[in-house]
Design a protein around this ligand. Structure first.
Ligand code: MRU
Length: 351
């Protein structure tokens, strides 16, 4: 089954509302770039590659919406939307990577082009970024599925699936590709407090795909590992520093430490657009801090005392030393280092 997380319909962008899945399956429509930025901020769409693709469409939508305005309004609107989209979420670097590609295209326009033509070129590039993401994820899936042994029990955290990308998924793309190649796997899904991306989104995706899965709360993973019930861990990532340190959903670091303690391989599915050579180590990656209400309750239900003080960092850093391999579209970087990452980045595609 193909999950259309983002779709371009009648000159606007539609996105599955991931705040209400799996209870409600519905699309939210965006007609300009500011609406896309709001949808990213509000978590209608989430997951590093998906927010990058959505932001690219956001720039194109803004150009389409303002193509009949004066050249000053047209340029100012695009400049503003690029800024607003760039601030919508801080940790995932794919967002900035996609916006930068759109900005470079915009800056390179020949002034003889009409605004309508500029808008069409921006839309074409957004479609390209969308399509490239699916191709990348399928390559990650093929490389990653070679690491998966038949009958594996694999733990994942958060949602790095079709819902987090333009399609197929990164970590969940590995599960899809392994299942397609005939391997039997069971996916253990960490619930992923506080936003429940595992319980709500990954469990839903695996059920849609008929891939056997078992939901656990985040504090059960150590016990299952100690009982020999987990064979490997595969997660996604929001940003990888030049030295191989990995930012991913809060709780990932804890799983990586436990995996090392139990000699279980810990892999990170990582499109190369997620590697940020401008940050030397994970210490330099900005960590989003989200609202206290996500920790004190869920939805309309509050269970913590009103006056309690709360922390809600949404991501953590897993040091490269705990990562068995980065599964990229160009192949797997085992025990990643700065040298191995930069070598792979400058090499051709390894099909
Ligand atoms: O806060 P979210 O839901 O956007 O966080 C998503 C994750 O942490 C994913 O694991 C990561 O973006 C990789 S998605 C392919």
């Amino acid at each position: 089954m193909r999950i259309e997380t983002l779709r371009w319909v009648n000159n606007h962008l539609e996105m599955i509302d991931q705040r209400v899945l799996p209870e409600v399956f519905e699309y939210v429509s965006c007609h300009d770039g500011i609406e896309v930025a709001t949808a990213i901020k509000d978590m209608v769409v989430r997951g590093a590659p998906a927010i990058g693709v959505a932001a690219a469409y956001g720039v194109a939508l803004e150009a389409l919406a303002k193509q009949d305005e004066s050249s000053r309004t047209f340029d100012e609107s695009i400049g503003l939307v690029i800024e607003v989209l760039g601030k919508s979420r801080p940790t995932a670097v794919n967002l900035h990577w996609a916006i930068q590609r759109m900005k470079n295209q915009w800056l390179a326009f020949n002034e003889t082009l009409s605004q309508a033509d500029k808008a069409m070129h921006l839309l074409k590039l957004a479609h390209e970024i969308f399509n490239e993401d699916i191709v990348t994820n399928k390559r990650i899936g093929l490389h990653g599925s070679q690491l998966v042994v038949n009958n594996s029990r694999i733990l994942t955290h958060c949602n790095a699936g079709a819902l987090a990308t333009a399609g197929h998924g990164t970590a969940l793309g590995v599960f899809r590709s392994a299942a397609e190649s005939g391997k039997k796997i069971t996916v253990f899904v960490g619930e992923t407090r506080p936003f429940l991306q595992g319980a709500r989104l990954t469990a839903w995706e695996m059920l849609e795909e008929n891939i056997p899965c078992t939901l656990i709360t985040d504090n059960m993973s150590g016990h299952l590992m100690s009982q020999g019930e987990i064979d490997c861990v595969i997660v996604g990532t929001d940003r990888v520093a030049a030295n191989g340190d990995v930012a991913n959903k809060i709780g990932t670091y804890m799983v990586a430490v436990l995996a090392e303690r139990h000699n279980i391989p810990f892999y990170v599915a990582c499109p190369l657009s997620t590697v940020d050579l401008e940050v030397a180590t994970g210490l330099d990656i900005p960590i989003e801090e989200r609202a206290a209400e996500e920790v004190t309750g869920f939805g309309d239900r509050r269970w913590a005392p009103l006056s309690v003080s709360v922390r809600n960092p949404s991501f953590d850093i897993t040091p490269a030393s705990l990562v068995s391999g980065l599964i990229t579209e160009k192949g797997v970087i085992f025990e990643p280092t700065k040298y191995k990452i930069s070598k792979l980045l400058s090499s051709g595609i390894n099909e």
